[in-house]
Write a protein that binds this ligand. Sequence first.
Ligand code: BGC
Length: 716
Amino acid sequence: MIQGKKFEKARKTAKEWLAKMTLTEKIGQLSQFGTSIYSDDENTYSDHFAEGKVGSYLTIKGAEKTNQVQKELLSKTRLPIPAVFADDVIHGYRTTMPTPLAQSCTWDPAIVEDCGSVQAKEAYRDGIRWTFTPMIDIARDPRWGRIMEGFGEDPFLCSRLTEAAVSGIQGKEIGEKDKLLSCLKHFVAYGACIGGRDYNSVDICEQTLRDVYLPSFKAGVDAGAATIMSAFNDINGVPATANRHTLHDILRKEWGFNGFVVSDAGAINELLNHGFASDPKHAAELAFTAGVDMNMAGDLYNDVLPVLLEEGKVTMEQIDDAVVRILTLKIMLGLMDEPYTEEEDNSRECYFSPEHRAVSREAGKHAIVLLENDGVLPLKKNQKIALVGPLMDNKEHVLGGWACLDDPSKTVSILEGMTEAFGEEQIIAAKGCDIEGDNREGFAEAVAAAEKADVIVAVMGEHRSMSGEAMNRSDIRLPGIQEEFIHTLAQTGKPIVLLASSGRPLVLTNVREKANAMLMMWQLGTETGHAVADVLTGAHNPSGHLTATMPWSVGQIPINYSHFNTGRPALNVCWFESKYMDAPIDPLYPFGYGKSYTEFAYSNAKLDKESISMNETLTVTVDVTNTGDVAGYDVVQLYVRDMVGSRVRPIRELKGFEKVWLEAKETKTLTFTISPADLAFTNNAMQTVTEPGDFQIFVAHHALDSDICLPFCITC
Ligand code: BGC
């Protein structure tokens, strides 16, 4: 929650400003302008300045540009209230970090926080003071293109990473130099779109909403996130942008959120398309009274809120409250005193600086997930490497889909990174095929390169615009003829290291057998080539773990680890089970999965008690040993199963994790603490309860690992 003396003081000052404002000026603060699908010009709406009808801009960036617009605005408005400039700094402003999905695979809040800090600093230096980040939608359908923007499928992990992202972007207190207002989006359940089709309807019960989709938002609000964006989708028939239940009853009343809510771009007008509002005025009434304080992209509020006030459909108090919320944050940002941004060149020297590149490289090497390795990795320095595949020298697609003002010419390609690490004479490069299409002309050259080499490194995957907003795919295998290309390479008999670059988990079932090693490298940003080389050489022992299930086939989707057991679970004991006839029930790789160049073993797992009461805590201890010969990080995961509930409970839920560094042969004892409150869920009366009864704890390498199972119970 935003709190403290600075907040209280800013609220008081905001009310003083309010007392001086006309109705038009007040509503102007609730209006944001800028580029969206509804207006692709960079119209600054300077004809609105004199009346004070502009509160904020999106996507207008650059210190010179924002200063110039701000100056004109302040020279024309009656009251000198500056605009706040906002932008989508999702995984980088200039220096590009790995995508948020890739960042989440680090299981490392400190890395996510560092990435957020770099993003904020670079954007701040260019006039931005507010970013529409982090996107914290739980995503359980990899067909959905926006899975790349979030932290994966699990509410517990997503909540911890949300806290880290808010801290990195926003800092300790709103208004610090080089920090921005953060925006939790998209409120809420946007990732549950049916069929993985962006913007599509969401049909989930209230309990799923509360137990799966809301926790990351609650964590973000508690961490002090300043703003929230309402989502495009409808939830059980009520669009999120006019959903008083989620925006008012839950967000404001239950959680006490005291920042402001912005709509998604044009989402209020889209209430007409939903068939929820009869005309734009009706749409504005529904959204505003539900709790959307600011309209993104357009004049709708400016045009109709005065009429709605006159008709008694909105109240002056509602308008005043929204204005105070927005002004409070502008004051906290320090905009009233310093509305401009330094323009000196050296303030932007941090773009692509060694420090910022180092953060991107660190995040990148920790994000790569090793899926398979028969011993071919790490590569040896004297090996000849055939570097093939459509992404092996690419500098653009590996940046990912929401890279803001990126600069592909600054990207370290995999070819460059590998050449630097192994030497030019060791690398024979040949692309072989394109990402899409069926041109096989390059196959022969790639095969010839493979024949001269000791090992093939094949960099395959997606175009950057195959994921992100509206970029959904119904077939999430490697696109084009890439599968065929791998099969062709396999005929050479040379070992294959397959690096898959994409914004989503892919279905790699058809190529797994052909690869001696396989890695999900996601889209790693500016330092891609260095991060990849760090892992392939063994300079960094791979430590990434999946945060979204990798399905065996598209037909299994939606698939996630934390499902209910059903009355007929697929145990392979009889025919009439919840199974597929033509596919396994398990995914290709589960949530939490990730290999290393060493092995980790768990032993002496113990609980301090067999039973706890509602006001006690349980301590779990476990020894983690690096049984191999190289040092590395392990991600130890703690799952819980509630055996019997008044509503059925998931077969597993993540309740703890720790990333731990272990030298070769080293053992460390880890301790996790669980309290009854951690095991709460939403019951049929919509209460958050922990029910007494039997539970199981799993200390596990991934979500399907059942080797260590410790029973305990909670008494009344
Ligand atoms: C997206 C948001 C984004 C906004 C502004 C919308 O289309 O859904 O995530 O912040 O545009 O660019």
